[in-house]
Design a protein around this ligand. Structure first.
Ligand code: APR
Ligand code: PHB
Length: 387
């Protein structure tokens, strides 16, 4: 088999890239380790920045997003048991949309299959080869167990942080571990509030988010080595009740449909390229979820890559490809700093003393009351413009 761009991974990065390339008349093949059902059901984050929504609209894949996505014009910082609203739209003129990552994935898979373009699911033993030459190729084993070879001009490594692409790139990795994890739950319960609530509490951070008017998404800070077996549903609701307590607030409860623990890391790979292998999304960088940036960065990367590949294949010019890594990394480091800042301001670090807690509260109060500080949070949260 031969294609122009061999894409490893059918997450938001790989699928959006395939779609943007198709719009530019560039053929690609997407190779995915999991089944279609699996990737369409995997529960991940759900905040789309304003520029992400704009891009999906321009790319013609926002029909359901516009009908079912929930636009949010503000969010709450909750500390000392009181809400302090950050008026995202008033401060920036822009807003965010709550729409689950797997809904974006479903829409992109449907668009690709409707167009008759290939996604090869359930492949194994995927390996990129000869990235340092101008004839790279990928080998893999298909769902029937047959070995295959895909020759291409360029390989896009969009296979996330545990994929094979990251490991194939001899770049420098900058990493930072955080001493906490998030326990996330999806509950069949209407949201308790119309907006997201980021809560600072002495028992640990908590987040109230949502997916639909009937489904709430909630998170609790837990130690990084925590095991989900220690968290029966009753304990989760009790802890959420304690941390989210505020005057006039009632936590809506309901059956928990899904729960899991995610550790928190920051990782940046520099450069995001090795010869003709380009990394995008989680394969190149990971951010802690407190800034809600993971999927948004992935989509920005592939927007840059699609433009660069269009110039390369259309005009034979590689200048944008040569700038790809630097262009992406400027946004990645901004998001990395914002996510680290939100994380440090809101979580209880093990062994943190009263002095550190008072600094956090002072920063929260300043952010909530100074228009300059609130605007800084807001413009990072809704997403800085692409250009
Ligand atoms: N071969 C093929 N596919 C692979 C391999 C492999 N060896 N390893 C992993 N994959 C697939 C995964 O099954 C997954 O579907 O690559 C895909 C990677 O997708 P994501 O992990 O979602 O990464 P990305 O597309 O970069 O998305 C970035 O969106 O998914 C959210 O919150 C998540 O921050 C993340 C963001
Ligand atoms: C989510 O809804 O899953 C979500 C929202 C905001 C975050 C992280 C996750 O910062």
């Amino acid at each position: 088999m031969r294609t122009r761009v061999g894409i490893i991974g059918a997450g938001p990065a790989g699928l959006t890239l395939a779609h943007l390339l198709r719009l530019r008349g560039i053929d690609s093949v997407v190779l995915e380790a999991r089944s279609r059902e699996y990737v369409e059901r995997r529960v991940r984050a759900g905040v789309l920045e304003h520029p992400t929504v704009e891009l999906l609209r321009e790319a013609g894949v926002a029909g359901r997003l516009d009908r079912e996505g929930m636009p949010h014009h503000g969010l709450s910082l909750r500390f000392d048991g009181t809400d302090h609203r950050i008026a995202l739209a008033d401060l920036t003129g822009r807003s965010i949309t709550v729409y689950g990552q797997q809904e974006v994935v479903k829409d992109l898979i449907a668009a690709r299959l409707d167009a008759g373009e290939p996604i090869v699911f359930e492949v194994s033993d995927v390996r990129p080869h000869d990235a340092e030459t101008d004839q790279p190729y990928i080998t893999y084993v298909d769902a029937d167990g047959a070995p295959q070879r895909l020759d291409c001009d360029v390989i896009a490594g969009c296979d996330g942080s545990h994929g094979v692409s990251h490991a194939a790139v001899p770049s420098t990795t900058h990493a930072h571990d955080y001493p906490f994890a998030w326990l996330g739950v999806l509950a069949k319960a209407p949201p308790s509030h119309s907006e997201l609530i980021y809560t600072h509490h002495e028992r640990g951070f908590a987040l109230h988010s949502m997916r639909t008017p009937e489904i709430t998404r909630l998170y609790l800070q837990v130690p990084p080595e925590e095991r989900i077996e220690y968290w029966p549903d009753d304990r989760i609701w009790d802890e959420l009740g304690l941390r989210l307590a505020a005057d006039g607030f009632t936590l809506t409860t309901g059956p928990i449909m899904e729960k899991g623990i995610t550790t928190m890391r920051s990782v940046v790979t520099e450069p995001m390229r090795y010869g003709r292998l380009f990394l995008a999304g989680d394969a190149a960088h990971i951010v802690p979820p407190t800034g809600a940036k993971g999927m948004n960065l992935a989509i920005h990367d592939v927007w840059v890559l699609a433009e660069a590949l269009a110039r390369y294949f259309g005009e034979g010019r590689s200048d944008l490809l040569d700038e790809y890594s630097d262009t992406c990394l400027r946004r990645v480091w901004r998001a990395q700093h914002f996510s680290w800042w939100m994380t440090s301001m809101l979580h209880q670090a093990p062994g943190a003393d009263d002095f550190q807690r008072r600094l956090q509260l002072s920063q929260l109060r300043y952010t909530a009351t100074s228009t300059a500080a609130a605007t800084s949070l807001a413009e990072n949260y809704v997403g800085l413009p692409y250009r």
